[in-house]
Write a protein that binds this ligand. Structure first.
Ligand code: NAP
Length: 304
């Protein structure tokens, strides 16, 4: 196992498979896969993520139906847009970019996405399927973590896993996916007492707290695997120890420079979980496309 779990490289490998899958299915399907990403308002980070997703669609031949909607849009208007996309035969996946402006009810909007086109696996039906261990679209970020572990032949069964964070987007589905892979899982959150002694028990530590550099050398045990889901852009005058190549001053929830020589392997930021998230969104969309077009489901092995 390499010390650095390279999500960028794996994302490129999977994109190639997805590209070939689309090319070979086009004749029968008579249309490319379609993905609609809905961005509401002007959250700058969301703008960057939507841009990545559109470029990734272009690279592999997925038709993008991205919509950038005004901040003041009413809940009813947005539901109408979602319902139209549910009916649109050219759209296989729908993703509502989070966070939303505060006047919009996230749960109600997610419930209105057709569960069969739910590209981020956040519809209550698909979350329920995850709880029950039934097949269905899975949340992209934890799905990307599972793919990264699998590709690096990291055995999960019987391992002690700790997930820091319990959001519906990352922490909760992550814990469920690890449990489904037979890890013994503990979930930590902002009220957890003595986080360092809990995380030190982990053979596999997944950090999704959204707190820059929360985890340092006192939180990890030797020979553990550390997955850093957090992503933060630091101010340009930041003095902390970032790698020379990290020109965008991105960091995660983990102080990689403190743990890299202590642990068995870790995912870097950037280049770890981030690219895998986008790739799993594409994989979910291509999988839905195969289903909608009556093609054989050939990429299920890429999904958890
Ligand atoms: P979130 O909704 O803010 O959830 C953060 C979770 O961390 C909450 O459950 C919170 O606990 C917990 N937490 C906060 N401070 C903590 C602390 N000091 N100790 C222990 N737990 C703590 O965030 P999210 O959407 O899950 O995202 C988490 C991070 O992942 C963010 O940095 C986000 O940008 C990043 N992210 C990256 C990708 C990617 O593709 N790389 C994708 C999605 C998200 P409570 O529940 O008690 O509040």
């Amino acid at each position: 196992m390499p010390n650095i779990l390279d999500g960028k490289k794996l994302a490129q490998e999977i994109e190639l498979i997805l590209h070939q899958t689309i090319e070979s299915g086009l004749k029968v399907a008579k249309r490319p896969p379609g993905l609609a990403v809905l961005r509401v308002g002007n959250d700058p980070a969301s703008g960057v993520y939507v841009n990545y997703k559109e470029k990734a669609c272009d690279r592999i031949g997925v038709r993008s139906f991205a919509k950038h909607l005004k901040e003041e849009i009413l809940l009813e208007e947005l539901i109408e847009i979602i319902k139209n996309l549910n009916q649109d035969k050219n759209v296989d996946g729908i993703l509502l970019q989070l966070p939303l402006p505060s006047h919009l009810n996230e749960a109600s909007l997610l419930r209105n996405i057709d569960p069969d086109k739910d590209a981020d696996g956040l519809h209550p039906l698909n979350l329920g399927r995850l709880v029950k261990g039934e097949k269905g679209p899975r949340s992209c970020t934890p799905a990307g973590v599972m793919a990264l572990l699998k590709r690096n032949q990291i055995d999960i069964e019987g391992k002690r896993a700790v997930v820091v964070g319990r959001s519906i987007l990352v922490g909760k589905p992550m814990a469920l996916m690890l449990e489904a892979a037979n890890a013994t899982v503990t979930v930590a959150h902002s009220r957890t007492k003595d986080l360092p002694s809990l995380t030190r028990e982990a053979d596999l530590l997944v950090v999704a707290a959204g707190k820059p550099h929360l985890i340092g050398k006192n939180h990890v045990s030797e020979n553990s695997i550390v997955i850093d889901v957090g992503i933060h852009r630091l101010p340009p005058d930041t003095k902390i120890n970032l790698q020379e190549s990290n020109k965008n001053k991105l960091c995660g929830d983990v102080k990689i420079f403190e743990i890299e020589d202590k642990v068995a392997a870790y995912s870097p930021v950037p280049g770890g979980v981030g690219p895998m998230t986008v790739t799993m969104l594409l994989a979910n969309t291509v999988d839905r496309w195969q289903k909608h077009c009556g093609l054989p489901l050939t990429i299920s092995h890429l999904l958890p």
